[in-house]
Design a binder for this molecule. Structure first.
Ligand SMILES: [Zn+2]
Length: 390
């Protein structure tokens, strides 16, 4: 059993932490979500919602019942117990059909009526921001950054990358008249090593549920189009992440006062890039890079940079050149055969590469013949590496 104690506020170094003591067997730990002191009223005190969502994947994996002292929003409790947990546990071997026990409340949590979304600088989050301006039904008022999973992959550089992202978000929000909210957590210490790809949406939603004093609507940027929805997630390679069933998590996470929507699921990544290319802010803020901090130029040679650069190239030279502030375009063109080779090589195993290659083939732009030579070399090297590892 995982026991979630009553929530409380702790003030530390200018930050306000929403805390709950978590007991698993003989182990006791405190999970917290923190914001700047001035934003303490945004934290959802007296509800177990955020803590349940943070521990949901771990509880299903470990076959632990979740028992809460604080009340849960009745709607969320019903959706998790009756929809999300049964669906995931019946489709995914490693998840068990656990139950959540909590006092319930149907009382809406009072909030400031804000609409929020996360900003990473990547294609998906920029597309969400572009499509939810003042003329939209859910105009974004707040940009959030969650230190909940994405930055864990950088090890010792985790905090540095998070802070760089925070600086970028504050600059972006200030430029476009939006408010920034930064949420730090200690998920990394309390939840141990979880596969980031399998839990990042749960953690993102948990942070959002912790901000029920602020938000009435949260837009989760979809990494994949809804046409790729899948619960066949026994393997955890790039194509089998929880992003494939984001939509199910999102529609199961509503409370009486907070709505969740999946943004961008209606189109493919390359189509988002095509639309972004006509939105001037993206020329300055696009930052899909895996490795370089958000306030630095994109590296241009990681998997995400390559796929997006090849997509921009396939959309035409004018489109590619619009991004000269954020990518080193001459360097990309100098290495064009290798970059195209990467996309061809990965087209069968990576959706971004598959889309980029498909667009490239159909766009009629020049594909350097050397790309196919490099692709064969890369493939041989990969096969030798795999063979050597057996
Ligand atoms: Zn990169």
């Amino acid at each position: 059993m995982i026991h979630i104690g009553k929530s409380y506020i702790q003030r530390v170094d200018g930050q306000s932490r929403l805390c709950a003591d978590i007991t698993i067997g003989n182990h006791r730990n405190t999970l917290w979500f923190s914001v700047d002191n001035s934003q303490e009223q945004y934290l959802c005190l007296g509800r177990a919602d955020a803590f349940v969502m943070a521990f949901l994947a771990a509880a299903m994996r470990g076959d632990h019942e979740l028992v809460c002292e604080d009340p849960m929003s009745e709607r969320l409790h019903y959706q998790l117990n009756c929809d999300l947990i049964p669906a995931l546990s019946s489709a995914i071997d490693r998840y068990h059909p656990i139950h959540i026990t909590a006092p319930l409340t149907a009382e809406p949590y009072p909030n400031a009526g804000a609409v929020g979304t996360a900003f990473s600088g990547g294609v998906d989050s920029l597309y969400t921001i572009m499509t939810h301006g003042a003329d939209c039904g859910y105009p974004i008022s707040h940009i959030v950054v969650y230190n909940s999973s994405h930055f864990d992959q950088f090890g010792d550089k985790r905090q540095k990358m998070f802070l760089a992202n925070c600086r970028q978000v504050v600059r972006f929000a200030g430029t476009y008249g939006l408010q920034a909210v930064i949420v730090d957590t200690n998920f990394y210490n309390v939840l141990g090593i979880e596969s980031r790809s399998s839990v990042f949406t749960f953690r993102n939603v948990a942070c959002t549920l912790a901000l029920q004093g602020l938000l009435s609507c949260y837009l989760l940027s979809s990494a994949f189009s809804l046409s790729t929805f899948s619960l066949n997630c026994d393997r955890l390679d790039e194509q089998h992440t929880c992003a494939r069933y984001d939509w199910l998590i999102v529609i199961s996470s509503f409370t009486e006062s907070l709505s969740f929507y999946l943004s961008g699921g209606e189109i493919k990544r390359w189509q988002k890039i095509q639309k972004l290319a006509d939105w001037q802010p993206s020329w300055q803020w696009l930052h899909p890079c895996w490795f370089n901090a958000a306030d630095k130029t994109n590296c241009g040679c990681c998997g995400k940079c390559i796929c997006d650069l090849v997509t921009l190239y396939a959309l035409g030279t004018d489109t590619l050149n619009r991004y000269s502030k954020v990518f080193n375009i001459p360097d990309f063109l100098h290495h064009l055969p290798e970059r195209v080779a990467y996309v061809i090589l990965n087209a069968n195993s990576n959706i971004r590469a598959k889309e980029a290659y498909h667009l490239l083939k159909n766009s009629g732009v020049f594909i350097p013949p050397a790309a196919y030579v490099y692709e064969r070399q890369f493939r041989r090297a990969m096969e030798q590496r795999e063979g050597g590892g057996q």
